[in-house]
Design a protein. Structure first.
Length: 135
């Protein structure tokens, strides 16, 4: 393995090991790895991204704070998909499905800018996970 590959792999691992990995930082690191065709432990990265997405959604409660949580989870899912390797999404899909009641509440409050934004971000994440959302 090249020094560059080792350094970038270590940065990715270090970011994934954080209590709250930064979605945009991981996106930059993975883009860098892809640009330079650096070999990564794909399974470890996929597991770390899935764990990060689940962690983001763990405290989702339908509040305004979810806007960032939903965005970050969507970035993690997009990054997982960029590997082109099959992986299980059922835990993430299940968690997003559990948030459907919050989605329906926000649909009913469509005049609220926060509700419209919450619904938009929820739909974006659901689409990334191949889930159908009503309304």
């Amino acid at each position: 393995r090249s020094l560059a590959s080792t350094v970038v792999s270590e940065r990715i691992r270090s970011e994934l090991d954080q209590e709250r990995p930064e979605a945009q930082r991981l996106a930059q690191l993975l883009d860098e790895a892809g640009e330079h065709h650096l070999g990564l432990d794909q399974q470890a990265v996929l597991l770390g991204l899935k764990r990060a997405a689940l962690q983001r959604l763990e405290n989702a409660d339908g509040s305004k704070a979810d806007l960032t949580r939903l965005d970050d989870a969507a970035v993690f899912v997009r990054l997982m998909g960029s590997f082109g390797t099959p992986f299980s999404l059922w835990k993430l899909q299940n968690r997003v499905h559990q948030l459907a009641d919050h989605y329906q509440r926000h649909v009913a409050e469509a005049e609220s800018p926060v509700s419209r934004e919450w619904c938009s971000r929820y739909r974006h994440l659901a689409k990334a996970l191949n889930l159908r959302v009503g309304n």
